[in-house]
Design a protein around this ligand. Structure first.
Ligand code: 5AD
Ligand code: SF4
Length: 471
C-alpha cells in the first residue's frame, strides 16, 4: 500500500552513510515517500548518525532537541511526524537513545535498512487503534540493532534511474562493509559489524545502472575497502584489484576511486592496478593515524611507520603522480611529545595532498577508552593545531604546484558565477572554469591558473585567455 508522505534524511559522518541514506530513500520511494526539503515539511525524519567521535554523536542529540520542538509544533497543526535515528549511534546506543530523547519513535542500525518498510509499519500500526478510540496510549517504539545474517544489499532497493539522474555525475557504491581490524580507538567493528563483501556481479550490475543513468565517476566504498574479497559469477575469489579491472570494462565509466584503505591490506595486485589502469584516479586515501611505532602498536594497527613509508614509496614507484591523503589522531593514550614528533616526521616524509586530523576521542566500549595515560585536552589541542598547520601548508603547496599544468577535469555541476562550471581534478580538488554547461558530465583538459584555498581556477586548455575572462 502506498500513501503520499514525505521523508527528510539528515546524514552525518562518512560517505558510507551518504550511500546508505540514498538507499533508504530508494527503499521508501515505492511506499509513497517523496523527498522533503526540510524536516518541518516531513512526515518522517531520519537522522543517519555517526558515532566515530564524541562530537559527532553529540550533534545528534542537539538535533533531536530541535526536532522535539518541531514535532510539537506540527502536532499542534494536527500533523504527525515520525522521528527515526539510524546509523552508528543507533547501533551503539540502541534503547538509550529513546531514554534520553523520548521524541524518537524508531532506532535502527546500519544492518537493518532493508527492513525499513516493515519497521515503519510496526510503529504506525501501533498508533492506529489509539486514533479510533481517541485516546493516545504511549507510542510504541521500535528498536532494531540486530546484525541479521541476510545481506542487506540483496534486499535494499537498487537506485532507480530517476533517482540516479537527480544525483548527477559522480556516485558512491558500497562494495564492502564492516571491519575486522579492531584498532583500539575505533567503534566501527562494533557499529558496522564484521567485514562483508558484496558479490562482483551485484556490484557490476549496480555500476552499470549508474553509468546508464549518466554517472561518469564511481567511488567504491568500504570501511576497509582494500580488504574486499568477493566472488565472481563462477564462484572464484576476487580482490579489490580484480573488481577495479572488471568495473573498468564499462565504456562510459571514466573514473574510479575507492576509500578507505588500511595499509596492511594494500597488496601488490592493487599497486599494479594503479600502474596499469588509467581509469583509476591517482589519489589514495591511506590513513596511518600516527607516526610512532609505540602508539601504532597500542592502536593495534599492526604495522610500523617504516612499513607505511615503504608502502607509499612502492605506490609512488608504480604511479609517480599519486597524491596521498591520510587520517591522523593526536593525543592517543600514552602519546608523548616524542611520539607526536614522530607523527610530524611521517607527515613531512609523505608530503600529503590532503589530510584529516582529529583529537583522540574516547569511545565507550573500545579498548583505548580505558587505557592509562589519557592525554589532557589542552595538549591534544596544541598538537592538533601544529599538525593542521603542517598539513595545511602541504595542501596549499600541492595545489600551487599545479598552477600552469593542464589537467583532465570531470565537470559535475554549475559554478557560483554565471557561465561557470565546476568539476574535479584527478586529485579530487574542485576546479572552477568559465565553460558551457553542456560540458557537465564530460571530461575536458583545463589549464590551472590559480589556487584559492582548496579549490583551483582554470580555463579550458587551448582557449585564449581574453576569451576565457570575458566568457
Ligand atoms: N578518536 C579520534 N579520531 C578517530 N577516528 C576514528 N576513531 C577515532 C577516535 N576514537 C578517526 C581515524 C579514522 C577516521 C575515520 O576517524 O583517523 O581514520
Ligand atoms: Fe561514522 Fe564510522 Fe559509522 Fe561512518 S562507519 S558513520 S565514520 S561511525
Amino acid at each position: 500500500m502506498t500513501d503520499n508522505k514525505s521523508v527528510f534524511i539528515k546524514t552525518y559522518g562518512c560517505q558510507m552513510n551518504v550511500y546508505d541514506s540514498e538507499r533508504m530513500s530508494d527503499t521508501l520511494a515505492p511506499l509513497g515517500y517523496a523527498a522533503a526539503d526540510s524536516p518541518e515539511s516531513a512526515d518522517l525524519v531520519i537522522l543517519n548518525t555517526c558515532h566515530i567521535r564524541e562530537k559527532a554523536a553529540e550533534k545528534v542529540y542537539s538535533e533531536l532537541g530541535r526536532l522535539r520542538v518541531m514535532k510539537a509544533a506540527r502536532a499542534a497543526e494536527g500533523r504527525e511526524t515520525l522521528i527515526a535515528v539510524a546509523g552508528c549511534v543507533a547501533q551503539a546506543e540502541g534503547e538509550e537513545i529513546i531514554a534520553r530523547a523520548p521524541v524518537v519513535d524508531m532506532v535502527f542500525g546500519p544492518q537493518t535498512y532493508h527492513r525499513l518498510p516493515e519497521l515503519i509499519d510496526r510503529v504506525r500500526a501501533g498508533e492506529r487503534p489509539a486514533a479510533t478510540e481517541g485516546q493516545a496510549p504511549a507510542r510504541p517504539k521500535v528498536v532494531e540493532t540486530e546484525f541479521p545474517l541476510d545481506d542487506k544489499f540483496d534486499h535494499l532497493a537498487a537506485p532507480t534511474e530517476t533517482a540516479v539522474r537527480s544525483r548527477g555525475v559522480t556516485a558512491f557504491l558500497t562494495v564492502q562493509e564492516g571491519c575486522d581490524k579492531f584498532c583500539t580507538f575505533c567503534v566501527v567493528p562494533y557499529t558496522r559489524g564484521s567485514e562483508a563483501s558484496r558479490p562482483v556481479a551485484r556490484i557490476v550490475e549496480e555500476a552499470r545502472r549508474l553509468v546508464a543513468a549518466g554517472v561518469r565517476e564511481i567511488t567504491l566504498l568500504g570501511q576497509n575497502v582494500n580488504a574486499y574479497h568477493g566472488t565472481d559469477e563462477d564462484g572464484r575469489p576476487v580482490g579489490l584489484a580484480g573488481l577495479l579491472a572488471r568495473l573498468s570494462e564499462l565504456p562510459r565509466l571514466a573514473r574510479i576511486r575507492y576509500t578507505t584503505s588500511h595499509p596492511r591490506d594494500l597488496d601488490d595486485a592493487l599497486i599494479a592496478e594503479h600502474a596499469g589502469n588509467p581509469k583509476l584516479m591517482p589519489y589514495l586515501h591511506l590513513p596511518v593515524q600516527s607516526g610512532s611505532d609505540r602508539i601504532l602498536a597500542a592502536m593495534n594497527r599492526r604495522h610500523t611507520a617504516a612499513d607505511y613509508l615503504d608502502l607509499v614509496a612502492r605506490i609512488r614507484a608504480a604511479r609517480p603522480d599519486m597524491a596521498l591523503s591520510g587520517d591522523f589522531i593526536v593525543g592517543f593514550p600514552g602519546e608523548t611529545d616524542a611520539d607526536f614528533e614522530a607523527t610530524m616526521d611521517v607527515v613531512r616524509a609523505v608530503d600529503y595532498a590532503a589530510c584529516f586530523s582529529f583529537k583522540y576521542s574516547p569511545r565507550p566500549g573500545t579498548p583505548a577508552a580505558t587505557m592509562d595515560g589519557q592525554v589532557p585536552e589542552a595538549v591534544k589541542s596544541e598538537r592538533l593545531h601544529r599538525l593542521q598547520a603542517l598539513i595545511e601548508a602541504q595542501q596549499t603547496a600541492f595545489a600551487e604546484r599545479l598552477i600552469g599544468r593542464t589537467l583532465p577535469v570531470l565537470f559535475d555541476k554549475p559554478g557560483r558565477l554565471a557561465g561557470q562550471i565546476v568539476g574535479r581534478s584527478p586529485y579530487l580538488q574542485p576546479v572552477a572554469v568559465m565553460a558551457p554547461s553542456s560540458l557537465i558530465g564530460e571530461i575536458a583538459d583545463v589549464t590551472i591558473e590559480a589556487a584559492l584555498g582548496h579549490s583551483l581556477i582554470g580555463s579550458l586548455a587551448g582557449e585564449p585567455a581574453a576569451a576565457r575572462r570575458s566568457a
